[in-house]
Design a protein around this ligand. Structure first.
Ligand code: SF4
Length: 448
């Protein structure tokens, strides 16, 4: 049974040093009991206390890492059923399928698409994170050669797919340094696959024919000290697979049922042959509650909406997307270029910077930290007003970059112009357009 916050508190150092990110050990204990933090956040817990806290500190859904380095994918670690309760933590990884039954041209084409289909949006790079390499030929050498080729062709994380432990071992030999996900341990091979996972310290997926079988498999693996597990409930019918996702998440979170406390993998690629239907099915699992979603192929027209859906659902609803504060140089500005200011709400920044780019008038854009609030909201909240803007403008050192002293403010905060002229002595405040769409026309009239 999970320990209470008070019991956990008694096992902590009680020095209130704050290194875990909260000011007191009691606050940390409460967060730990609620599954909001990990025990590793406190560097001073004794080994004895660690052992006792193991159960309380384990998140209800285990955080599993696939791969190594900066591109390693973390899945699981979820603490809520519904996004509005807090937030979803780790976005599902999207995978594209490769098979050793494919000819070389097809493999090359898929690798090329994987490299090309990457998108920048609100400052984030959106792209698939995984390749799922399937052993279909039954030939270990052929499989290992494909794994090697794909490994050389992409830095995406790898899933090795076979229910034959010998083939998995051959593939693993080619990419063990990339810590692939071994898919899959079944009732017929669980001991051998568990050994492979232990020897290589790689995560392993279990595949059952139903949830009862999954529970038996995860129980066997955890008894063998293999804990980084991903669950495939085995269903390839949308309705059942969707229901399984809900049952797994619910059992792990609301019942703290450890054998189902792992992220999942789903296979829209095996649920339909229609690419558009496959994309729709994948979108269902982006929302609820796929950990890895394996696609048969990548098509820009279906991949991009999936990536955007994922980004939207996994954005923290309590924290607006924000851009870093600072001076942004757009189009190679010089000492006579206009200086505009806006807030660091990502959408605002991308609209404004996009319109400046399309105007082809090189500009300096000052982006001020307003906690990710838009122009109107931050103005109403007193965060984007003369008293706050003036010190920020001075701090940026923008007047060392231009010969003039003119600052263009958004039309929506025209009321701040008087205050700004007082705060920024010698500076001329110009009222820009209210809507970003009118920026290009406004900039055409600019004179230093
Ligand atoms: Fe207490 Fe550890 Fe947090 Fe320090 S880091 S306040 S000792 S729980």
């Amino acid at each position: 049974m999970a320990l209470t916050g008070i019991v956990i508190f008694k096992l902590l150092p009680k020095t209130n040093c704050g290194e875990c990110g909260v000011p007191t050990c009691l606050a940390f204990a409460m967060n730990l009991a609620a599954g909001k933090v990990e025990l590793a956040a406190c560097p001073y817990v004794s080994e004895e206390a660690k052992a006792r806290l193991e159960e309380a500190s384990a998140p209800p859904i285990r955080l599993v890492t696939i791969g190594v380095g900066a591109r390693a994918l973390k899945i699981g670690g979820e603490t809520v059923m519904f996004r509005h309760e807090k937030r979803f933590e780790n976005p599902p990884g999207l995978a594209i399928l490769f098979s050793d039954a494919m000819d070389e041209a097809e493999v090359n084409a898929r690798l090329e698409r994987l490299g090309q289909l990457q998108y920048e949006r609100v400052g984030l790079k959106l792209r698939p994170e995984l390749v799922a390499i399937k052993a279909e030929s039954g030939n270990a050498e052929k499989f290992a050669a494909l794994v090697n080729k794909v490994k050389q062709g992409t830095d995406a994380n790898i899933i090795l797919m076979s229910d034959n432990p010998d083939l998995l071992a051959a593939g693993l030999k080619a990419c063990a340094d990339r810590k692939p996900l071994l898919y899959a341990a079944t009732k017929d091979n669980v001991e051998q696959v568990a050994n492979l996972a232990k020897e290589s310290s790689c995560p392993v997926a279990v595949k059952g024919s139903n949830l009862e079988e999954v529970i038996q498999l995860t129980t066997k693996l955890t008894a063998a000290k293999v804990n980084d597990i991903v669950i495939d409930s085995g269903s390839r019918a949308l309705r059942q697979a969707f229901q399984d996702q809900i049952v797994i998440r619910s059992a792990a979170l609301t019942k703290k049922f450890r054998p189902l406390g792992f992220p999942t993998i789903v296979f829209p690629c095996e649920m339909t042959r229609d690419p558009m239907k496959e994309a729709v099915i994948a979108s269902v699992f982006v929302a609820k509650y796929g950990g890895i979603i394996v696609l048969s192929n990548l098509q820009g027209e279906s991949l991009f909406p999936l990536l955007v859906e994922r980004m939207n659902i996994y954005t923290d609803p309590q924290r607006p997307l924000a851009t870093t504060e600072g001076i942004y140089e757009i189009g190679g500005p010089n000492e006579n270029s206009p200086v505009l200011i806006t807030t660091n709400f990502s959408l605002t920044y991308f609209l404004v910077s996009g319109e400046i780019e399309s105007s082809r008038v090189p500009c300096y854009l000052l982006v001020m930290n307003t906690d990710g609030l838009s122009v109107m909201t931050s103005w109403a909240a007193g965060k984007f007003v003369a008293d706050a803007i003036a010190p920020f403008v001075k701090k940026t050192g923008i007047w060392d970059k231009v010969k003039h002293k003119k600052l263009v403010i958004p039309g929506y905060i025209a009321a701040e112009s008087g205050g700004l002229e007082e705060e920024l002595a010698g500076c001329e405040i110009l009222i820009g357009p209210r809507e970003s769409a009118h920026i290009p026309a406004y900039l055409k009239t600019w004179k230093p």
